[in-house]
Design a protein around this ligand. Structure first.
Ligand code: PLP
Length: 394
């Protein structure tokens, strides 16, 4: 059975053209970039090209502002630790309550160990950041603000350019986890006051285990990995050349069709959203209103158990997710949906559909065809549903 893959915020299929670009760097051009012989010299231009391709998709001013890392998690950790190290007179971090665990867990650990005080800014019912609380949290003690560009669960886009300007006025560094936004929306980074930005290859049809940290020219970086002089001494360790080349190629393909892919994904997502809202009573979109990623739909079906719905969807040949991939598996409702203050009977029924440029109209048609009955069956298992079911719902 052909599977409809709608879990692209968890990871994407590597574009076969990306694989082709990577292959020679495992076999023919396998050299270590630091070697002085021809094998080393052969890979240096490929690293340079990849850096420029990532720079172009970011809209950054200089290619040397891009440091290759092992992915979003390493980039987030590096940014947070570096900010505390380079501003020893400041020991506070401002972040949001809806960050990915790659940021939240680092912050919580710094708090537990007494190394930093952390302000977690809340969101409203639509997932928008509490700007008053954000302004109030900034002070001359703030070392770093770390607020994601777009949320992985709801797709909500935060006004990072505006937030960065406010952080700058308080003398703080501004970091954004842009793992979900990179490659989906136009970034024009050089026109913002953003100092640090994390991105990852596997969310944009590139390989896993490769990403980058953008560090604006002039911003001091305290490396997380110390050792060799790779990445201008800012990230030690022999470069993952095939991964870097793959990330560069993935960034290039994303950049070439950014506007078209955005429009196509958005049209399909909107069709899925309106189709489900029309076909399934007591359904609600989580994080609706305001700007959202074009590929993400987080939708709750009141009184239907999300895990049961996902399981049935899986058996019908549709792969989606409940909450974030990292949180599923445990039955805890996601911290993001809890921060949105969604009522308990909707929390358990949240499903995330995330599209990619490979998603086809038939994929959406299939979900619209199978999901109403799956939700109806799941609701039958809920004792509460019998009490609350509206009379017009079968
Ligand atoms: N940040 C966000 C918003 C993510 O969605 C993810 C991955 O799910 C990460 C960070 C972690 O990135 P990586 O898997 O490259 O470590």
């Amino acid at each position: 059975m052909a599977v409809v893959y709608l879990d692209n915020n968890a990871t994407t299929r590597v574009d076969p053209r990306v694989v082709q670009t990577m292959l020679p760097f495992f076999t023919e051009s396998f050299g270590n970039a630091s070697s002085t012989h021809d094998y080393g010299a052969a890979v240096a231009p490929a690293l340079k090209d990849a850096r420029k391709q990532v720079q172009a998709l970011l809209g950054a001013e200089f290619d040397h502002e891009v440091i290759f890392t092992s992915g979003g998690t390493e980039s987030d950790t590096t940014a947070i630790f570096s900010a505390l190290e380079t501003a020893p007179e400041r020991n506070e971090i401002v972040t949001s309550a809806v960050e990915h665990p790659a940021v939240l867990n680092v912050c919580q650990n710094l708090e537990r160990t007494g190394r930093a005080k952390v302000h977690y800014i809340g969101v409203d019912g639509a997932g928008a950041l509490d700007l008053d609380a954000y302004r109030a949290a900034l002070s001359d003690k703030t070392a770093l603000v770390s607020i994601m560009w777009a949320n992985n669960e709801t797709g909500k886009i935060f006004p990072v350019a505006e937030l960065a300007t406010l952080a700058k006025a308080a003398g703080a560094l501004f970091h954004t986890d842009a793992v979900q936004a990179f490659g989906k929306i136009d970034m024009a980074l050089k026109d913002t006051a953003i100092d640090l930005l994390s991105l990852s290859g596997h969310k944009i049809h590139g390989p896993k285990g490769i990403g980058a940290l953008y560090v604006r020219k002039g911003v001091k970086l305290s490396p997380l990995f110390r050792g060799g002089k790779q990445e201008r001494g800012r990230r030690a360790g022999t470069e993952n050349v095939p991964g870097i080349v793959g990330l560069g190629a993935a960034a290039e393909f994303a950049r070439q069709n950014l506007a078209e892919d955005f429009a196509r994904m958005k049209a399909l997502r909107d069709r899925l959203e309106s189709g489900l809202l029309a076909a399934i009573p007591l359904a609600r979109v989580n994080g609706a209103g305001g700007e959202r990623l074009p590929n993400t739909l987080n939708i709750s079906f009141d009184y239907a158990d999300g895990e049961a719905v996902l399981h049935k969807l899986d058996r019908a040949g549709v792969a989606a997710s409940s909450g974030s991939a990292c949180a599923s598996g445990s039955m805890e409702p996601s911290h993001v949906l809890r921060a949105l203050n969604i009522p308990p009977h909707a929390l358990q029924g949240a499903i995330r559909f995330s599209l990619s440029r490979e998603t086809a109209g038939e994929d959406i048609g299939k979900v619209l065809a199978v999901l109403p009955e799956i939700v109806a069956n799941a609701r039958e298992k809920s004792p509460l549903w019998a009490e609350v079911r509206p009379p017009q719902v079968a």
